[in-house]
Design a protein around this ligand. Structure first.
Ligand code: MTE
Length: 323
């Protein structure tokens, strides 16, 4: 993710290291980062297996039963690949943040659900996960940067939580917020970013069958770099909508302005529905590259999930809701 008033250290996608070179360098960098970080991270686990916090009381719920309704048109991305190539700006503006993300403490963790609701509640994360119907779904994720992955998420429909808190009639949008912890997530010390990371959906989008609050991946709890202990997944939208490490879910009347929209409104809009025909101002969106294999696929409108979501966007001007 880049934005037009970018500091000098942000480079355009076209100049980014090709994936194959990146993957060769990754082993070396992971080794050096581990040595450098060893002192502060202590016993943090390795890439891809660092999720299981000692005090996570939900381990028995994994793997959850797979929902057969959602199938893939391509192989799953290797777990180690997905776990080592992340966007999590709180820990830095590069993809290699997986070890730094282990600094985040994910238990105890509370999620405040409030705003325009009849039944506001603050949930302890373990109680919330246990109260919700967990299932596994195979979804594609398409990043606005034109890379993609296919992964088995574990989570529960956002609609199940919404039913618990009962939004009032004035609620039209839902605003989601990530933690703010500047001494743990050191990139939050950089004041030109509008921390904390925020995202938003319409209530209708949040209620859509596809919209998941995710607690796990590849059959176990989420690794921290993927947004433990709770993140959003909306597979028909660009990946930046899928906010990580959520601490607050607020039902509001006005449309929220997200982190990326604040930084670069002409590049990262509110709707962010995947559409190969609407280019990003600085690169095409017609194809996507799979992480790990570099396979190219044609990008499909709504990332191929039109049968579930196209009906939500009949009245807006075309360009608007693909941006
Ligand atoms: N959530 C937070 N809090 N901070 C971030 O920087 N990056 C987003 C999204 N959620 C981001 C975030 C972007 S741009 C993408 S593509 C996905 O997370 C990447 O998810 P992954 O690292 O699990 O693949």
């Amino acid at each position: 993710m880049h934005y037009h008033r970018k500091p000098g250290w942000l480079i355009p996608e076209s100049k980014a290291t090709p994936e194959s070179v990146f993957m060769q360098r990754r082993k070396f960098l992971a080794g050096s980062a581990a040595m450098a970080a060893g002192g502060i991270l202590g016993a943090a686990g390795g890439i891809g297996c660092a999720a299981e916090d000692d005090t996570d009381k939900t381990l028995d719920l994994y793997p959850a039963q797979r929902n057969p309704e959602f199938t893939l048109d391509r192989p799953l991305t290797e777990e180690e690949v997905a776990a080592a190539y992340n966007n999590f700006y709180e820990f830095g503006p590069v993809k290699t943040i997986s070890r730094l993300a282990q600094r985040l403490t994910i238990r105890p963790w509370q999620v405040e659900v409030g705003g325009l609701v009849n039944n506001p509640q603050t949930f302890d994360i373990d109680d919330l996960i246990r109260a919700m119907p967990l299932e596994e779904r195979l979804y594609r994720l398409r990043c606005v940067e034109a890379w993609a992955m296919a992964v088995p998420w574990t989570g529960f429909p956002f609609s199940a939580l919404i039913k618990k808190v009962q939004p009032s009639l004035q609620a039209r949008y839902v605003k989601l917020t990530t933690f703010l912890h500047r001494t743990v997530a050191l990139n939050q010390l950089r004041v030109w970013y509008p921390w904390p990371y925020e995202e938003g959906l319409t209530i209708e989008e949040a209620m859509n069958e596809l919209t998941l609050l995710v607690t796990g991946v590849y059959g176990h709890p989420l690794p921290k770099q993927h947004g433990a202990p709770l993140r959003l997944i909306t597979p028909w939208k660009y990946g930046f909508k899928s906010i990580k490490s959520i601490v607050s879910i607020e039902f509001v009347k006005e449309r929220p302005v997200s982190f990326w929209e604040t930084l670069a409104p002409k590049e990262y809009g509110f709707w962010a529905n995947v559409n190969p025909a609407v280019a990003h101002p600085r690169w095409a969106q017609s194809t996507e590259r799979m992480l790990g294999t570099d396979e190219k696929y044609d990008t499909v409108i709504f990332n191929g999930y039109g049968q579930w979501v196209a009906g939500m966007y009949p009245t807006l001007r075309e360009r608007e809701y693909f941006f």
